[in-house]
Design a protein around this ligand. Structure first.
Ligand code: TXA
Ligand code: MG
Length: 319
């Protein structure tokens, strides 16, 4: 049985209690809903993979209530500290060298000697993490290969009966996952574009972010090519959808939108588009359509993360 909890103090305490007991609780972050488990508890972390039906043990992000708690698990460089001060709490994940003394489950780091850490923004999430008193491993709370959930009902639809609770804190304001940056090497590497704009990071760093070496599968093991897949086939950069296709628009439409279409942001605002993206794909992904056609979306700011997720949704399916 999966309980639906609300963001009242009593329910947040109940969710924290479940985490302390080794239970699995989905909670809202500013980006997407996470599927949380006590990161120090091997059984809980294994349970996360099982509940999601993940085909392989990708490393997981460990969530903490503040930077001081993160410092207990990983070693911060001056650059890392600077980014944490500027952008936490917020949609930035830092991959840093794991401390010898950290007793986070090896399943979280998938055998790597680095660990991904982040401090999520919502007050409810941080209260939950404070009360739980342990680092919380949390991938997005969707079944493997599916679209990330941005509302409690999305999680209930996919994981009800497989996890202990969903803590409803309303829709996620950012709507795409956190930006993942590795600070384990000589240069900062952008492992995944996400809710924190690349431009903002680079201006804070004062240097451009490097991209992961294509031949290095460990650089970002969670980045399966096909991911975030709805059932319908997706076509990108489409100005004129075919009959039978649902249309995911962006900005001012030059022609009448077909029936059942959705505009990510009529005013062309990329923040609004990111916040709507996953809910819109779920909404359009109904039986009876021949596919989903997607309007061109610019590549600046959050457009990078949006286009990254759409390309994965459109890629040939591998799982
Ligand atoms: O916004 C988010 O980041 C959400 C919310 C719930 O916080 N979480 C999320 O987790 O998207 P997940 O597991 O779906 O994605 C984790 C990403 C993957 O791309 C994974 O490869 C990368 O982080 N990652 C985690 N640990 C890593 C490590 N030690 N080295 C390299 N990449 C790592
Ligand atoms: Mg995910």
């Amino acid at each position: 049985m999966t309980v639906l909890l609300s963001n009242t103090p009593a329910d947040i305490e109940e969710a924290a209690h479940l985490l302390r007991q080794g239970g699995l609780v989905s909670f809202a972050t500013e980006t997407v809903y996470g599927l949380g488990g006590n990161a120090r508890d091997d059984r809980a972390v294994a349970g996360i993979f099982e509940a999601k039906g993940r085909p392989r043990f990708n490393p997981l992000i460990v969530h903490l209530p503040h930077a001081e708690a993160a410092e207990e698990e990983v070693r911060f460089s001056a650059t890392a500290r600077d980014l944490a001060e500027r952008f936490w709490p917020g949609p930035l994940t830092l991959v840093l060298p794991k401390r010898e003394a950290s007793n986070v489950s090896l399943l979280c780091s998938a055998g790597l000697d680095s660990l991904a850490v982040r401090v999520p923004a919502p007050e409810t999430a941080r209260e939950l993490l404070r009360l739980a008193g342990c680092p919380v491993a949390a991938p997005s709370a969707n079944r493997a290969g599916r679209i990330s959930p941005t509302r409690a009902e999305h999680v209930m639809n996919e994981l009800s009966g497989r996890i202990d609770a969903v803590l409803d804190d309303g829709p996620c304001p950012v709507g795409v996952e956190s930006t993942v940056v590795s600070l384990t090497g000589e240069h900062p590497v952008l492992l995944r574009p996400g809710g924190l704009e690349r431009e903002e990071l680079e201006s804070a760093l004062g240097v451009p972010l490097a991209l992961p070496a294509a031949e290095d599968p460990l650089a970002s093991p969670g980045m399966l090519k096909s991911h975030y897949a709805p059932d319908a086939r997706i076509r990108l950069d489409v100005l004129a959808p075919k009959p039978g296709e649902a249309y995911l628009g962006f900005g001012k439409q030059t022609r009448d939108a077909p029936e059942g279409s959705f505009n990510l942001s009529p005013s062309g605002d990329l923040k609004e588009a990111a916040a709507n993206l996953f809910a819109a794909l779920r909404e359009l992904d109904k039986p009876g359509i021949s596919g989903i056609a997607v309007a061109p979306i610019p590549l600046d700011g959050l457009g990078q993360a949006i286009n990254d997720r759409l390309q994965r949704a459109a890629a040939p399916r591998e799982i």
